[in-house]
Design a protein around this ligand. Structure first.
Ligand SMILES: [Zn+2]
Length: 435
């Protein structure tokens, strides 16, 4: 049915906020945006739904997440001071303790959490990419699912690469108009140089989007610059040869061809001025994950410098194993506060742009939007809708999420899946993991 949503505020992004605004939706697309009176007159046949004291905004975009790890929310709190132990416990749990159905449930639960928080599009890196793909499609999310690739041993690079190609073919066969397949070499300390080069070539020739963890931890920096630290010791124990390139992660990824794929790079904490210029010149999209970076003690990415230099920045929750929620409004608040704590002048509008990453409410665009209530005690009074969104609101204030014209979250429920069944299964999985 064709619908008009109206609210006290509409934030089209492409134009100034509209007080008493409305958005008309026909099928998957936006048919019109403007003052409520104009839109109602222009589309007299459309059903009108008024949200009152609320704001309608373009759907939020989660630029970096791992939905399959949702079952590990809070599971790794004791390992957080030791990134190597954290990664090991996570990997063992995923590979040895969870069944394929557990991982499927975990990913679908994560997708529910996303749409409940007004997120309409995710960039999801997954070892079980087919399951993440299924989760996004079941819940009705838009996004890219990136098949992860691991392999620090150069002797196995060709073999690992062949396995990856098979997985990518399977993944591509499940693409829809809403969800695309991509590839994610996990990190510079888990994938060797030759494998990175092969993946970069494949991504270019087969047109796969690329996502990668980059410049995240001190251990990673030590590994690449000096060839020592916990990652080097881990490889030595497995008799894997590693010669440090003795440069920053960003320059190393440029050398391996990864930057030539216009990748999304998650974290980018340990970057200098030369690296920032490189990120801008190669049109790298940085997935800034302020909460994950803080919780794991990895530091703060230089958001103010990125924005000043014209680097494209989106916001990512990372997995809830390191966060512990998938909530882009919260990420936007933390991004702004951390930047200001470090002396950078980052505005609420800057954070809002990163949270919506180019999304606009404009005639003809895909109808992806979120409606956030502004009626909460914690939001009242509201003098400026963007400031209230960024500084006083969270995903829990979202009351409606629409993706390609479809209402995937309304009246407090995800409309596309059986959340009660998933909730019961999540409790079973956590009981198993806690033994
Ligand atoms: Zn990550």
């Amino acid at each position: 049915m064709s619908t008009i949503y109206s609210a006290r505020w509409v934030l089209p992004v492409s134009t100034s906020p509209i007080e008493n605004g409305a958005v008309a939706i026909e099928g998957q697309r936006i048919a019109g945006v403007g003052p409520r009176s104009e839109i109602v007159e222009r589309f007299p046949e459309f059903r009108v739904e008024d949200f009152g004291g609320a704001v309608i905004l373009p759907g939020l975009i989660n630029s970096h997440t791992h939905l399959e790890l949702t079952a590990m929310r809070g599971y790794l709190e004791n390992e957080e001071r030791d990134f190597f132990a954290w990664l090991r416990k996570l990997t063992v749990a995923r590979l040895e303790r969870l069944t394929p159905d557990d991982i499927q449930v975990s990913a679908t639960w994560g997708a529910c959490e996303a749409v409940r928080a007004g997120i309409t599009c995710v960039a999801d890196a997954s070892d079980s990419a087919l399951m993440s793909m299924h989760a996004l499609q079941e819940v009705g999310l838009r996004g890219v699912v990136y098949q992860e690739s691991f392999g620090p041993d150069a002797r196995l690079a060709a073999e690992n690469f062949e396995k990856l190609k098979v997985k990518l073919q399977e993944l591509r066969a499940t693409e829809t108009g809403l969800v695309r397949a991509g590839v994610s070499p996990h990190a510079p300390y888990t994938v060797c140089g030759p494998q990175l080069e092969m993946i970069a070539d494949l991504a270019k020739s087969e047109n796969f989007p690329v996502m990668m963890h980059a410049a995240e931890s001190e251990a990673e920096e030590l590994f690449l610059r000096e060839g020592c630290g916990v990652f080097a010791e881990g490889l030595a124990r497995r008799s894997i040869e590693w010669k440090a390139p003795r440069m920053s992660t960003i320059q190393y990824l440029k050398q391996c061809g990864i930057l030539h794929t216009f990748p999304v790079l998650a974290h980018c904490i340990r970057v200098d001025d030369e690296d920032i210029e490189t990120l801008r010149n190669y049109h790298v999209k940085v997935a800034h994950c302020p909460k994950s970076n803080a919780k794991l003690g990895h530091g703060r990415a230089p958001l103010g410098k990125f924005l000043e230099a014209g680097v494209i920045v989106g916001l990512g929750s990372d997995s809830v194993a390191s966060n512990n929620t998938c909530d882009i409004l919260e990420e936007a608040r933390f991004a702004t506060l951390f930047a200001r704590a470090g002396g950078s002048d980052v505005s609420a509008a800057d954070a809002f742009n990163a949270a919506t990453l180019g999304g606009e409410l404009t005639e003809g665009a895909q109808a992806d939007l979120a409606v956030v209530s502004l009626n909460g005690v914690h939001q009242t009074p509201s003098y400026d809708p963007v400031a209230t969104l960024i500084f006083s609101s969270s995903g829990r204030d979202v009351i409606r999420t629409v993706i390609a014209g479809r209402e995937v979250f309304r009246d407090g429920r995800v409309t596309t899946v059986d959340e009660d069944r998933l909730h019961a299964r999540m409790n079973e999985i956590s009981a198993k993991l806690s033994v």
